[in-house]
Design a protein around this ligand. Structure first.
Ligand code: CIR
Length: 267
C-alpha cells in the first residue's frame, strides 16, 4: 500500500477508553442481545494493539461507569491539526462524557474550542477527507450544531459540506469511512445519495453493510471481522487490513471509528 503523508489519516496519537461494566446497557437502535463484556474487552485490547501496530501512541483512559457509551470516545471531539473541538452529543445520556474528555485534549492542544449549543453534534457524523469535512445531519446532529461547528472550521479554512445521513442509520460514519486521500468505503445506500461522487468509492459487499465503518490509521486499515467479501475488496485494492472482532460493540451500534480519537497533538 502506498504510504502518503496526509492530514486525514496520518496521525501520531490516539485516545481510547476501556469499556465500563455498564456498557452492557449502552444505547441501541434495535435489540440484538446483551453484549458479552469479557469478549468486548478482548476485542478492545486487539483494537488498541492494532493502533499501536500502526505506530499510534495510545492514551488509554479508565472506564466511566456512569456513562455506558463512553467507550465510544469518537463522539466527544473532533481533532484536527489546527486544534480540537469538543462536541455536544445529541443523546442526553452522553452529553457529560465530553467533560471527561476535555482535560486530556486541553493537555495535548493549545487550541480547544467547544460547541456550546443549543445545537447538538456527535463526531460520528463527521468525515474528514483531504479536501473537505462532510457532516451528516442525523438524529444526534442537527442544523444548529452544524452551523456552530462550521463557523469554527471555516476560520481554519476547511470546506464544510452538509450531507444527510439516511434514515435509520445512527451516524453518517456508520455507513462510510476514509481509506486514502481520495477513496471512500461506503454502503450502496449512502453512496446512492451522491455525497461521494467526487471520490473513488469502494462499496461494501451486499449484505455486509456493517463493514463500512473502518479506520485508516497511517498505513493500516482497521476493519471489523466477519465481512470477508468486503475485506477481500479492500485487500484487492492494495490496502493493509487488520480485522478486529466487533460483534459485541455492534450490538450497541458501535464500530471501528467510534472507539478512538485519532490525531497529532499541537501545543
Ligand atoms: C450510541 O448510541 O451513542 C452508542 N451506543 C454507539 C455510538 C457509536 N459511535 C459512533 O458511531 N461514532
Amino acid at each position: 500500500m502506498k504510504i502518503m503523508s496526509t492530514k486525514s489519516f496520518s496521525f501520531t496519537h490516539a485516545i481510547t477508553r476501556q469499556p465500563s461494566f455498564s456498557v452492557v446497557s449502552g444505547l441501541r437502535s434495535t435489540e440484538r442481545g446483551e453484549p458479552d463484556f469479557e469478549l468486548m474487552k478482548r476485542h478492545h485490547l486487539d483494537y488498541v494493539n492494532a493502533l499501536k501496530q500502526a505506530d499510534a501512541e495510545v492514551i488509554e483512559l479508565d472506564p466511566l461507569e456512569d456513562f455506558p457509551d463512553s467507550v465510544f470516545v469518537e463522539d466527544t471531539a473532533l481533532c484536527l491539526p489546527e486544534g480540537a473541538i469538543l462536541m455536544r452529543p445529541g443523546a442526553p445520556s452522553r452529553l457529560n462524557e465530553v467533560k471527561h474528555m476535555a482535560p486530556y485534549l486541553r493537555k495535548l492542544y493549545k487550541n480547544v474550542h467547544e460547541i456550546k449549543g443549543p445545537g447538538t453534534i456527535e463526531a460520528g457524523d463527521i468525515l474528514t477527507t483531504e479536501k473537505e469535512i462532510l457532516i451528516g445531519r442525523s438524529n444526534r446532529t442537527n442544523l444548529e450544531g452544524i452551523s456552530e461547528i462550521t463557523a469554527i472550521l471555516e476560520q481554519w479554512n476547511y470546506k464544510v459540506t452538509e450531507v444527510l445521513t439516511p434514515p435509520d442509520i445512527l451516524h453518517f460514519k456508520t455507513d462510510c469511512s476514509l481509506l486514502d486521500s481520495n477513496t471512500i468505503l461506503s454502503t450502496e445506500r449512502l453512496a446512492a445519495t451522491g455525497c461521494f461522487d467526487s471520490y473513488k468509492v469502494i462499496l461494501t459487499y451486499p449484505g455486509e453493510e456493517e463493514a463500512a465503518n473502518t479506520i485508516r490509521y497511517n498505513n493500516l486499515v482497521l476493519a471489523p471481522e466477519g465481512f470477508p467479501k468486503t475485506t477481500r475488496r479492500l485487500l484487492e485494492s492494495g490496502f493493509n487490513v487488520v480485522e478486529i472482532g466487533n460483534t459485541e460493540c455492534a450490538k450497541i451500534d458501535g464500530g471501528m471509528s467510534c472507539l478512538s480519537l485519532r490525531f497529532t497533538p499541537k501545543k
